[in-house]
Design a protein around this ligand. Sequence first.
Ligand code: 13P
Ligand code: SF4
Length: 304
Amino acid sequence: MSEAVKQEIRNLLKEHNAVLLAHNYMRDEVQEIADITGDSLGLSIEAAKTSADVIVFCGVHFMAESAAILSPQKKVLLPRPDAGCPMADMVTAEELEALKARYPGVPVVTYVNSSANVKACSDICCTSANAIKVVRSLKEERLIFVPDRNLGRWVAQFVPEKEFIFWEGFCPTHERMTVEAVRQKKAEHPDALFICHPESAPEVTALADHACSTSGMYDYCRTSPATKFIIGTEAGILYKLRVENPGKEFILASPALFCPNMKLTSLEDVLISLQTLSPVISVPEDIRIRAKSALDRMLAVPRD
Ligand code: 13P
Ligand code: SF4
């Protein structure tokens, strides 16, 4: 059954000149069939440069919106339009405008986990993979950072010369990973390194041997001489970590690390999306132009 579904997906991808992108948190079987897997930054870059006519985005709503912002001539499909991000919903454009009015002239750095409307009110976007470089690229000493308070506070440690105005948004999935759960895993596996995502609560990140984006975790675990890792991010990351590192052991830091939104998309959803060429994600042109300038400014920040 599943093999037939996979074959039909491959046929339809070819027929429609479509590319299948999947975030690193997607279900294993979705990652397995994807043309490209990656983190938010990597997928934005791929969405911008692909020559496909159709992008099937297996991720959450803000990611498909980013693809639609960067590639307006392409059809962007989100197989599960109900896959949202609670953190992205924690700030609206109206709320951000009200904050900006209190701090005139202070630039806004917006994590890509945000709506197109919020990006449109921002000066520059960032992802967890480039946030430190993005903040350093600003000439101003003060900045507004939305919506993730945890990522913002983590970045601030590396850029002490800047003053941050934080928004109190957070990722409910990462915040469910408690200090107690991590301490317990560390006690059970004293020989393991603890790697976590900077969306985690500061007291959890403080316990980490290394904090980084999801793509950073692949690089770190592949190149590290260590062979055992406690992983503090959404469980979907384990799939590729295990495929790429058969000799190494990966332990999830907490059973709470499941993002319900990231787990919605099934192979059947991908198939129906390709059969019906829907649901299409689009962004009104005036918003798109403004949001694109914040994303373009981020993409122009040298990566290394
Ligand atoms: P990255 O893949 O950019 O690290 O993003 C994490 C995340 O929570 C996406 O929703
Ligand atoms: Fe949003 Fe967190 Fe889920 Fe990522 S893992 S989509 S930030 S709720």
